[in-house]
Design a protein around this ligand. Structure first.
Ligand code: ATP
Ligand code: MG
Ligand code: FE
Length: 350
């Protein structure tokens, strides 16, 4: 059972060919090919994703990306038996390009269209990474450019939101701090590189919500604290961005604060839910210090950790393999389905 998955939620154009059992019962598909056309070069000068530029780039890249995924898998359009596409959440102009391509192919080939959720897909990357094990039910943590959310996942397509950030996402904080430090874009990899030679105890940056029952995150106060450390405040001198050691110390102290928060809230969620498996998804999960610390916490708690390889943490279409679970549940989309921009927001208790 061959199917094509398409991912255009933000600034990466992704296409993947996957192969699952036939009929598509609950099973883990094999990734036959996965192609990601990044737009980093286009957004770099703005230090962030510009929606209009992103959607125009998707229009240019979508067909060549699909062609390349088919080529690399050694299959042609006629071999496909379903088309899967991420329809939410994301940038409307970006989502629409992927959905339009998917609808067109499904209609022309007369095969089912499957719509999937980008965040559930980020977590499904865990299942793809460990096909021989069952990744569900699990506590799911999505740490990406737009989200920092905890889910109770009964299955791949049964994620219940437990809580999330009330302001910036963790990846967004990396991007903003990289900008403040003059390190470039995207922020995660460059901050991580700078942090490698820094002292993570150099600055005592704030860790929000650590002593709070709510499964909530906040990173905007941390970002402001980094800004003040750079500029200088309360008789403490600012730093020179020309001094690599000072930049490294801020980067390392900031990264440690983010990791502390993520690990502590995830531990709390494990305790509160009693779930014994932990799945992690999203670009920040590529961070080596985070992987080390979350791994240690999982081991200490005796829970089974599922974390994808680096290439499957950031946006890609292979994680659209989640479509197999949708097909198995009989969830085929109609051709008049629309995209949903909506960022999933937790219900916060006052
Ligand atoms: P969302 O999934 O919420 O819609 P997105 O798709 O843009 O957002 P991803 O592609 O999953 O997010 O992840 C991108 C984010 O991950 C960026 O904010 C980037 O800075 C961050 N990131 C990537 N690599 C690392 C790293 N090594 N350390 C920390 N953060 C990282
Ligand atoms: Mg991205
Ligand atoms: Fe993403």
């Amino acid at each position: 059972f061959l199917f094509l998955a398409i991912e255009t939620t933000c600034d990466e154009t992704g296409a993947a060919v996957l192969e699952g059992p036939s009929p598509p019962e609950l099973g883990v598909p094999i990734v036959r090919s996965s192609v990601v056309a990044s737009q980093i070069d286009l957004h770099e000068r703005y230090q962030g994703v510009v929606p209009e530029i992103a959607s125009r780039a998707h229009v240019r890249q979508i067909l060549p990306t699909i062609d390349e995924a088919l080529d690399r898998a050694g299959v042609s359009l006629g071999d496909l038996q379903a088309i899967a596409v991420a329809t939410r959440p994301g940038l409307v102009g970006s989502l629409v390009v992927g959905l339009t391509a998917a609808k067109t192919l499904a209609l022309a080939l007369d095969i089912p269209l499957v719509a999937f959720d980008h965040l559930e897909a980020h977590l499904y990357a865990c299942q793809l990474a460990y096909p021989e094990k069952n990744a569900y039910p699990c506590l799911g943590l999505v740490v990406s450019g737009g989200h920092t959310s905890l889910f109770a996942c009964r299955g791949p397509i049964e994620a219940e939101l437990l809580g999330g950030t009330i302001d910036d996402a963790a990846g967004e904080a990396f991007d903003k701090v990289a900008n403040l430090l003059g390190l470039g874009y995207p922020g995660g990899p460059v901050v991580e590189r700078a942090a490698a030679t820094g002292n993570r105890l150099a600055y005592a940056f704030p860790r929000s919500f650590l002593h709070d029952d709510r499964l909530a995150f906040s990173f905007s106060g941390l970002k402001t604290a980094v800004l003040y450390a750079i500029r200088g405040q309360d008789a403490r001198a600012g730093i020179s961005l020309d001094d690599p050691q000072q930049v490294a110390d801020i980067a390392a102290s900031f990264q440690e604060a983010v990791v502390d928060i993520l690990v502590a809230k995830t531990r709390q969620a494990l305790r509160q839910t009693g779930l014994r498996r932990l799945g992690i998804g999203g670009g920040v999960a590529a961070n080596a210090r985070f992987r080390e610390r979350i791994g240690a916490m999982a081991a200490e708690q005796g829970v089974d950790l599922f974390i994808p390889p680096l290439s499957m943490c950031t946006d890609n279409a292979a994680m659209g393999g989640i479509a197999l679970a949708k097909l198995a549940a009989g969830q085929v989309a109609s051709l008049d389905i629309d995209v949903t921009a909506g960022l999933v927001r937790p219900k916060q208790k006052k």
